[in-house]
Ligand binder design. Structure first.
Ligand code: DUT
Ligand code: MG
Length: 601
């Protein structure tokens, strides 16, 4: 189920916390390290103040220096020692943040992929590949960046600001108040900025996904682009979405640029305040020169967090927009899952398929695709489904492996409602060759063995023979080891169909579903395939969608689908006698007008 962001079971912080399980100690240590590191930064002005006050200013500075040389060098050594310690801490700290964030990234990415893999058809109809890829890459990286950088920066700014403020108050409370008085102004600026920039980041993230989707769909559909010579059009279209993304990116950046002068002015006011108020206090002897140096040396600890705030908030909003997208998938649940009381059926199914008054409608559609479908395919039988394009054949067979659920009625396998069966047990019993053939970037052997990786080489060849594919595979330079491309590039449509048939057979299914699988093979080859299918060495119920009479003629039952209903049902001979759609089809395909003749086709 696709969740709206309001319904996440965990907040973003809790979600990150969940995903750094096992490394929480390291993460907390890293955060403590950041605090310690920043506190140590303040020791430099502290030592400077000591040195200036005790050795470099005052009437007796020279004599004091001569008398306490050792103390002077100890102070210098402390400064150097602490600098080295800071370097070590910051090194370990960055390593720890990186380690934790990379582990979390790895964990979340695997979890997301697992979620996507287990999703049902509704999910795949809803999400576009480019968008999902953006979530798995760019969005996840924004999450990692948040753990590794944003968190560190927030702690750094906060601890620097707090420590410097405390130290300022300890030295001279009047001066401290004058400096800290700017904080509410900064807070107001940043608060307004956040309100303005948050929706920009959400929009920016959308534009990014749109651009990725445009690129991805275009690359995978390159053949169509070439066939219609639409390269220039596509380049212009991509340019549009690229420009759109760049513009939104610029606009988002510009938001901070508009606020930056205010923050910068505040930051630049700090030295002025120091000169003015500090100078006055110095003259009134309410402040020592050493304190003045310490204030001056520490001013950056107040100014830097101010300047960094915009950047941090920008990155945090980027994280927030990305995390919403990632969490949407992270917490999504498929609708089609095993029932709680699912029947355990580890044994082989006999392969009886039954539709009982099944109606079906796609979620986003207005009208049902299938209405009141009832039929039985007994174990070992062959049921053929025919009908005009778009009449619902593919939709019908997709109900058997429970890719979708009927809106009314029941689909039963071996007498059990498919919704009560365990999905894995049901689906591994079904061998399916889909209408759109997709072969993986793998060897032919690997593609055929996809559903049963333990299958022997001999069996791969046997199933390739069943599907009349062995001959052309053997003729290839590397035979079964030939790598076929992302979409089986290098093979003809009919060759791809035959490999896909061999893949479906290789799992020795109880139910074999073929969706227009032999539409692109020649008549002679098809005859061979028909023969092999009737001689399979394992029991199997076959449900075959086809357009050709030659494919369906020998079926035990032929169903004619018209407008989502079964209009005719029977054997070849029965349907010819009936003289309906099927009989017309026979006439059309054979050219015979007199169907009473004994041998048709
Ligand atoms: N349809 C949807 N959503 C989908 C798939 C299909 O609304 O995700 C619609 C399109 C069509 C009807 O359902 O109007 C039936 O489609 P199906 O793919 O089942 O038709 P077919 O009989 O398999 O057609 P073809 O012979 O062209 O494969
Ligand atoms: Mg179809």
């Amino acid at each position: 189920m696709i969740m709206s962001k309001k319904h996440f079971p965990r907040t973003k912080i809790q979600w990150i916390w969940d995903n750094i399980a096992g490394l929480r100690g390291v993460f907390i240590l890293a955060m403590v390290g950041t605090v310690v590191y920043n506190f140590l930064q303040l020791t430099v002005p502290f030592f400077s103040q000591q040195i200036v006050d005790r050795f470099l200013t005052g009437d007796d500075a020279a004599t004091h220096f001569q008398a306490n040389k050792k103390e002077f060098y100890i102070l210098i050594a402390c400064m150097v020692g602490i600098t080295l310690l800071r370097a070590l801490i910051v090194y370990l700290d960055c390593m720890a943040y990186e380690h934790v964030s990379q582990r979390a990234l790895y964990r979340v990415r695997n979890h997301l992929f697992e979620k996507i893999e287990h999703q049902d058809m509704h999910f795949y109809n809803e999400y576009r590949t480019g968008d999902l890829m953006t979530r798995l890459t760019g969005d996840l990286d924004a999450v990692r960046h948040n753990i590794a950088w944003v968190v560190r920066m927030i702690i750094e700014c906060f601890s620097l600001f707090t420590a410097a403020s405390v130290y300022f108050f300890y030295m001279n409370w009047k001066m401290a108040i004058c400096i800290i008085a700017l904080a509410p102004v900064i807070f107001l600026i940043v608060f307004t900025f956040r309100r303005k920039v948050a929706p920009m980041h959400a929009l920016l993230r959308e534009k990014h996904a749109q651009m990725n989707t445009a690129a991805q769909e275009n690359i995978s559909g390159n053949r169509v682009v070439k066939a219609f010579s639409r390269e220039d059009y596509e380049i212009d279209k991509f340019d549009e979405s690229n420009k759109d993304y760049a513009e939104t990116n610029k606009k988002t950046r510009l938001v901070w640029i508009k606020f930056f002068p205010f923050v910068e002015t505040c930051a630049n006011l700090l030295p002025v305040i120091l000169l003015w108020i500090g100078g006055t206090l110095l003259m009134k002897d309410e402040m020592t020169m050493g304190e003045y140096v310490a204030f001056s040396g520490l001013m950056w600890a107040i100014a830097n967090p101010m300047r960094l705030l915009g950047n941090i908030l920008n990155e945090f909003q980027r994280f927030s927009a990305a995390a919403d997208k990632v969490m949407e998938i992270y917490y999504s649940e498929p609708k089609i899952v095993d029932a709680e009381d699912a029947i355990d059926h580890p044994e082989r199914f006999t392969g009886k398929v039954e539709f009982k008054n099944v109606s079906f409608q796609y979620e986003d559609a207005d009208l049902p695709v299938l209405t009141d479908i009832s039929f039985v395919a007994n174990p070992g039988e062959t049921v053929a489904i025919m009908g005009e394009t778009g009449c619902g054949k593919t939709s019908l067979i997709q109900l058997i492996p429970r890719f979708y659920e009927p809106t009314h009625g029941q689909v039963l396998v071996d007498g059990m409602d498919v919704s009560k069966l365990k999905l894995k047990q049901l689906r591994t019993s079904i061998g399916m060759a889909t209408q759109d053939v997709l072969l993986y970037s793998d060897t032919i052997d690997g593609n055929i063995a996809y559903g049963d990786t333990n299958i022997t080489k001999e069996n791969v060849i046997k199933f390739a023979r069943y599907s009349a594919a062995d001959e052309f595979i053997s003729k290839m330079p590397e035979g079964y080891e030939t790598i076929v491309g992302e979409r089986g590039v290098g093979l003809s449509g009919g060759q791809k169909q035959r490999i896909s048939l061999a893949r479906a057979l290789a799992v020795r299914p109880s139910i074999l579903i073929l969706d227009d699988t032999t539409s692109a093979v020649d008549m002679e080859t098809e005859k061979q395939i028909q023969k092999s299918l009737s001689e399979l060495d394992f029991p199997c119920t076959k449900i075959i969608i086809a357009q050709r009479i030659s494919t369906t003629k020998k079926a035990d039952r032929i169903l004619i689908l018209q407008d989502g209903k079964i209009s005719e049902s029977g054997t070849h001979d029965e349907l010819i006698k009936k003289g309906g759609y099927y009989a017309e089809l026979v006439k059309l395909q054979t050219g015979q007008t007199d169907l009473t003749a004994k041998e048709v086709i």
